[in-house]
Design a protein around this ligand. Sequence first.
Ligand SMILES: [Zn+2]
Length: 362
Amino acid sequence: MRHLIALFACSLAMAGASASDPAPKPAAAADGRSANVKAILEGKATASAKPVVTPDLKAIAAAADAATKAAKPAVPAAAAAEDQSEVDLSVRIAERLAELRAQQQVRAANAAKAKRAADAKRRKEAEAAIAVASKPKNGTHWSYEGEYGPANWSNINAAWAKCGTGNRQSPIDLRDGMKVDLEQITFDYHPTSFSEVDNGHTIQVTVGGGNFLTVGNQAYELQQFHFHRPSEERINGKGTEMVIHFVHRSFEGKLLVLAVLLERGRANSLIQTVWNNLPLEKKQAVSPSILIDPNEALPEKREYFTYMGSLTEPPCTEDVLWIVMKQTMQASPAQMALFSRLYPLNARPVQQSNGRMIKESN
Ligand SMILES: [Zn+2]
């Protein structure tokens, strides 16, 4: 019986050494006793085995120890199993390394492909730029956004070069003005006949002759006025919701633009007259039978900023005398909303002032 227990302990020891490894079994395991061992392992010990297995724990331990020492073939088997698992591990590491190398190669190939694509794109763009540069620049279409927007105006038409290369462009941010006693502006505006057009960039009102503005002993005749949203000019970085530009010309052909900034508030009667007579079709001027009074858009206070600038749309002609009134005027929210339906954005961004002198009324 002891021999059987020793065999059982030996089997346990072997199972502990390597559960999965089919280590060579002692010859005894082949005979009929192995069935008993199995039965004991599964808790189905026979009646004759029971009294021995249960009480004699000391004997089991001693037998197990002896069996472990005696079970010589189990030791090389465990070592072999260890060697085998080392081999397996090496194989797995080699496989993983190969996998990582393959991934690295794929990444390198993708990067090279992306670089080739980027190079090709750059070449194409350079060719396109050369093609554009060599094209005759005689376009006439411009807008306030995108391909035909302010940044590209100078590339559309050779006659619009100043839009890109000029150094006295408008609008600007009016700040750090020289506070001086400026010449008074004298307005000699009257109710006048007018025609009105939606020219695709703004609503423009061309007025009949005889409306003069005099400043510095120079008279300028009002030609037309039009609207921008938001205001193009800024005062210390701040713009307003809209602006009216009154464009004047002297007899010698000098240009003066007077800007009146508009803020949200009361309705303005001049603006209402203009809105009332909006043409139904773009680029088709209408000439209402009523008169319009430009005085209605002039602020009461006559303080102003002044500087030399340009037209704020192509051809961006320079040598334009600018007068920006300090006091704002108002338009009602409904009047503002109406214009925004036609022109939500028709303002050129502010340009570099390039150290230009800005004067302002004390
Ligand atoms: Zn304007």
